[in-house]
Design a protein around this ligand. Structure first.
Ligand SMILES: Cc1cc2nc3c(=O)[nH]c(=O)nc-3n(C[C@H](O)[C@H](O)[C@H](O)COP(=O)(O)O)c2cc1C
Length: 181
């Protein structure tokens, strides 16, 4: 496989989100032959089996189709109360439904950004636990925790910390290698 198309999403709806900013940085740091489309999870409604029974909402169908079409996923998660935020879990819950879940077997890169000293590690490990049930293939290494995020991005949301940029480039490289394998 030459071209690797990655679909990215962040578990934050915040305009100035560091996790969304990290995905924008990833778009600048992609290895050759890779692309990264970032989707917004805001249009996805709260999961409700009654809603599902009427047919999946358009925003969910679109999200699932984009996952199906991607070679890999890149998830950037904040940490909310030591776990992944509901917006991310909700989107993954919708995508997990049915025998035709587009998540199954998909390679997933994971990173987290938090304003705290652990960089969202606890959220990330909860997410990795969820990945077992989703039957995705999370990239194990390199792990990526953007600690003290407010110091690593400028006021326009640009990732300015060189070590973090290099680390993100390594993560993307490893993700692409894993997909090609
Ligand atoms: C409801 C809530 C709970 C949070 N809990 C944690 C936490 O447990 N650990 C942590 O490091 N940061 C926590 N934070 C701070 C977030 O890491 C910080 O707001 C981060 O910037 C959110 O990600 P975003 O910039 O992508 O929106 C919490 C923030 C919110 C809003």
């Amino acid at each position: 496989m030459s071209q690797v198309n990655i679909l990215g999403f962040a578990g934050s709806l915040r305009q100035a989100s560091y996790n969304r900013a990290a995905l924008r940085a990833a778009q600048e740091l992609l290895p050759k032959g890779a692309s990264l489309e970032v989707v917004d999870l805001a249009p996805i409604p709260f999961f409700n089996e009654d809603l599902e029974a009427k047919g999946m909402p358009e925003a969910v169908l679109e999200f699932r189709q984009k996952i199906a079409a991607a070679d890999a996923l890149l998830i950037a998660t904040p940490e909310y109360n030591y776990s992944l935020p509901p917006v991310l879990k909700n989107a993954l819950d919708w995508a997990s439904r049915g025998a035709d879940s587009p998540l199954v077997g998909k390679t997933v890169g994971i990173m987290s950004a938090s304003t705290g000293m652990f960089g969202g590690a606890r959220a990330q490990y909860h997410l990795r636990q969820v990945c077992v049930r989703l039957n995705v293939l999370p990239l194990n290494q390199p792990e990526m925790f953007i600690t003290f995020a407010a110091r690593k991005f400028d006021e326009d949301g640009k990732l300015t910390d060189d070590r973090t940029r290099s680390h993100l480039a390594r993560l993307l490289q490893a993700l692409v290698v894993q997909v090609r394998q």
